[in-house]
Design a protein around this ligand. Structure first.
Ligand SMILES: C[C@H](O)[C@H](O)[C@H]1CNC2=NC(N)=NC(=O)C2=N1
Length: 112
């Protein structure tokens, strides 16, 4: 399989299929630092990135914003002193699409 981080997101269509349980089980192995949360019945990918201070957390946040705009797929972001919580899910289908796994893998490439 092509590396997730090199893939391109599909357009967010309202009738796009959510990932199946089998696909979820396979895809989550490719992003081992991410967890799956369910909020208001919506399955989401989530990871907390740690930083030395707020300035570095904010710089990462801004890079992530650029990434989201480039793929026109946007995360939930909580930026705090020393950490950034990133949450990916597809609003249009109220759940997880392969796009979310692609964007989680791309998010990891921003973190050194
Ligand atoms: C109008 C709609 O918000 C846009 O098509 C895009 C913007 N960014 C998006 N981001 C995410 N995570 N899910 C979407 O469904 C989505 N839709």
């Amino acid at each position: 399989m092509t590396e997730l981080a090199q893939m391109k997101c599909e357009a967010c269509q309202a009738d796009a299929p959510k990932v199946s349980d089998e696909e979820l089980a396979q895809l989550i192995k490719l992003i081992p630092d991410w967890g799956v949360e369910v909020r208001d019945g919506i399955m989401q990918l989530e990871r907390v990135y740690k930083f030395k201070n707020f300035k570095l957390a904010m710089a990462f946040t801004n890079q992530l914003a650029e990434l989201a705009e480039a793929d026109f797929h946007h995360p939930g972001i909580l930026t705090e002193w020393g950490k950034v919580t990133v949450t990916w899910w597809s609003h249009s289908i109220k759940g997880l699409h392969k796009n979310d796994f692609i964007m989680a893998a791309k998010t990891d490439t921003l973190y050194s």
